[in-house]
Design a protein around this ligand. Structure first.
Ligand SMILES: C[S@@+](CC[C@H](N)C(=O)[O-])C[C@H]1O[C@@H](n2cnc3c(N)ncnc32)[C@H](O)[C@@H]1O
Length: 210
């Protein structure tokens, strides 16, 4: 299942970006609202790499994560890695969020095909709203939606993060044509977290909530 999804991502994303009319990361449509950007890019996976996915699985296993929250699920690749870890930790839930309804429907079909539908609850809508109501302490948060909104989403989820939980931010070294990650990374460098940059793929920031 994952192999097929990752292959489709590799084979299709450049074509889908070209079809959207965007020519490069410098032209990421920061001027559009979150839903309009998502509609424009609705056929683009933008997923974690296989290596990034293995990192997610490894970190979720190492921390015994049972409750995981994901900002930006897209077509479900990272959620499948995280849900497999939650399952192998003894069971729990990945709460994903996707603002683009067609993407969410496709992701749900993949979760069923992967046998992980029971571990994943996908909330459709803007994560700044859909993550306001979270069950119990959160063990791991992946921030992988539009990066300029990452700090807003962290602030919504933060009250539910348990001390020692992990916050992961994908694509921190990707060029979006503006310093979109700056406020979030500055916040994670503050007193509430210990953070470190992992120089893999497009850069993954790993932080522990103190
Ligand atoms: C980089 S992709 C996520 C990739 C996914 N985590 C994976 O590795 O397979 C970003 C996704 O976040 C979604 N997104 C962006 N802003 C959002 C928001 N405010 N609320 C919910 N989803 C959002 C986009 O529609 C897009 O599908």
């Amino acid at each position: 299942m994952l192999g097929g999804l990752l292959e489709a991502e590799r084979g299709g994303d450049l074509d889908a970006i070209a079809a959207s009319g965007l020519t490069g990361s410098e032209s990421f449509p920061l001027h559009l609202d979150a839903a309009s950007r998502a509609d424009l890019l609705k056929d683009v996976y933008m997923s974690v790499s296989a290596e990034g996915g293995r990192l997610l699985y490894l970190l979720a296993r190492a921390t015994g994560a049972r409750t995981v929250v994901e900002y930006g699920t897209s077509l479900g690749i990272s959620a499948i890695y995280l849900a497999a870890a939650v399952r192998d930790n003894g069971g729990g839930r990945v709460i994903g969020t996707e603002i683009q309804p067609e993407k969410a429907a496709r992701a749900n079909r993949s979760f069923a095909a992967a046998g992980l539908a029971g571990e994943i609850e996908l909330r459709v809508g803007d994560a700044r709203e859909t993550l306001r109501d979270l069950p119990g302490p959160v063990d791991l948060l992946l921030l992988d939606g539009w990066p300029d909104l990452g700090l807003d989403v962290l602030r919504v989820v933060e009250p539910a993060l348990r001390p020692g939980s992990l916050v992961l931010v994908d694509d921190v070294e990707m060029n979006f044509g503006a310093d979109v990650h700056g406020p979030l990374l500055e916040y994670l460098a503050g007193d509430g977290y210990v953070a470190l940059r992992l120089p893999m793929a497009d850069g993954i920031q790993v932080a522990v909530r103190l």
